[in-house]
Design a protein around this ligand. Structure first.
Ligand SMILES: Cc1cc2nc3c(=O)[nH]c(=O)nc-3n(C[C@H](O)[C@H](O)[C@H](O)COP(=O)(O)OP(=O)(O)OC[C@H]3O[C@@H](n4cnc5c(N)ncnc54)[C@H](O)[C@@H]3O)c2cc1C
Ligand code: SF4
Length: 352
């Protein structure tokens, strides 16, 4: 790890001014940033520690019925907030399916949105990687790529975004609140993460110095509370990133789907909102045939980027499974292994 300056500003404007200097990086929980620094994948000259900034660790109910979650709220604290889990069960389920209990205790809301890809070539500084070094090439193309993207990828980069949390958030129309040198602005999460195109090094809508101050959920997001699930398929039962995941949320009345939200994880460089599938679901009968058609629509544009054609069929099946689970109703208590389609201990708590 290279030497770096460390500062801990007392105010948001001071933090933004410091981080706007080239070579700076914000430090929140540090669970991703410090790993990348230790591996030499990123080498900031100045660390701007935001953990003591005021007012970023609050969960606030807004006058319009929405919710505002401060960027420094810990993933574990948010998932275990009883009122939050009741109103947004798929988000709590996604949070609990991410990482380990120790990591969730340290990881923050803002940091989770900005965690970097788990592409192994990105993490290996001896490999060619356009994201790490623009123009270098991409060793994942033609390499070990069975876990790479099947939607929205380009010849420059086929990496996926690893966050679980972001998947239900994008389905529920979450908005990222950002403060920068020009003031405060709001960007939908759907527009926040960028597809790789020719510039995979540019991963999100942030400008130098921009600080995520909060994530907002609109009032409507809570209307899905009774029928919302997050399902994650991973390669081992303990902590692991998603091979494929899906967040499904429905409003069902008289057997008809009155509102539907669907998003996928592990398939693209951003949490993938499946709007074409939502269009299939809206107004249709809530049954297996409808869900299969929705899954086909969600994956209609998918194509393998390497040895990962299996992910397309897996994603179809997870979409159907997530919709069936959502239709069955949000469980009173989270399954023992949150978000696992294989859980066989209904109602047991995951307290680890
Ligand atoms: C072993 C392991 C397993 C994991 N498994 C999962 C998993 O299954 N699912 C999952 O979703 N995640 C998983 N993670 C990732 C983990 O969730 C992230 O590392 C964590 O959410 C990042 O949050 P942080 O607060 O620690 O961010 P940091 O490491 O502090 O920061 C991450 C990035 O965000 C920037 N940043 C942080 N906060 C702000 C802000 N407010 N404004 C602007 N920039 C900011 C930092 O500069 C840095 O670039 C795993 C991590 C590890 C180490
Ligand atoms: S897939 Fe993207 S992150 Fe991975 S090596 Fe290629 S350019 Fe780098």
């Amino acid at each position: 790890m290279r030497d770096f300056d460390y500062i801990r500003p007392a105010t948001i404007p001071d933090a933004i001014a410091a981080a706007a200097e080239p070579g700076s990086a914000y430090l929140a929980g540090g669970t991703n940033l410090l790993d990348l620094m230790k591996g030499g994948i990123t080498s900031p000259e100045r660390i701007v520690d935001i953990t003591r900034l005021p007012e970023l660790n609050r969960i606030e109910r807004l006058d319009d019925g929405g919710l505002r979650i401060g960027a420094l709220v810990r993933n574990a604290d948010l998932a275990h907030d009883a009122a939050f889990a009741k109103a947004y069960p798929a988000v709590a389920e996604a949070l609990l399916s991410g990482a380990s209990a120790q990591l969730r205790n340290a990881a923050t809301v803002g940091g989770n949105l900005l965690q970097r890809t788990r592409c192994s070539y990105f993490h290996d500084t001896a490999s060619a990687c356009n994201k790490r070094e623009p123009g270098a090439g991409c060793d994942a193309l033609g390499g070990e790529n069975r876990l790479h993207a099947v939607l929205g990828w380009s010849d420059a980069c086929i990496a996926t975004h690893p966050s679980d949390f972001c998947v239900p958030l994008v389905a529920l129309d979450a908005v990222v609140e950002i403060e920068g040198k020009k003031g405060r602005r709001h960007v939908t999460l759907a527009e926040f993460h960028l597809l790789p195109g020719e510039t995979p090094q540019r991963e999100n809508a942030l400008e130098p110095g921009d600080l995520i101050v909060a994530v907002r959920l609109p009032a409507e997001a809570a209307s899905f509370a009774a029928n919302a699930r997050y399902l994650k398929v991973r390669e081992r039962t303990s902590y692991a990133f998603a091979v494929v995941s899906a967040a499904a949320a429905l409003v069902v009345d008289g057997g008809k789907i009155r509102a539907a939200r669907l998003a996928l994880g592990g398939v693209a460089a951003k949490p993938w909102r499946a709007r074409s599938a939502e269009a299939v679901l809206l107004g249709a009968d809530a049954n297996a045939a409808t869900f299969a058609s929705a899954a086909d629509a969600a994956l209609a544009d998918a194509s393998p980027s390497g040895d990962n054609a299996f992910k397309i069929e897996l994603a179809r099946r997870i979409v159907v499974r997530a919709l069936i689970s959502a239709l069955a109703g949000t469980p009173e208590r989270m399954p023992a292994l949150p978000a696992s389609p294989f859980s066989n201990i209904p109602g047991a708590r995951h307290d680890a």
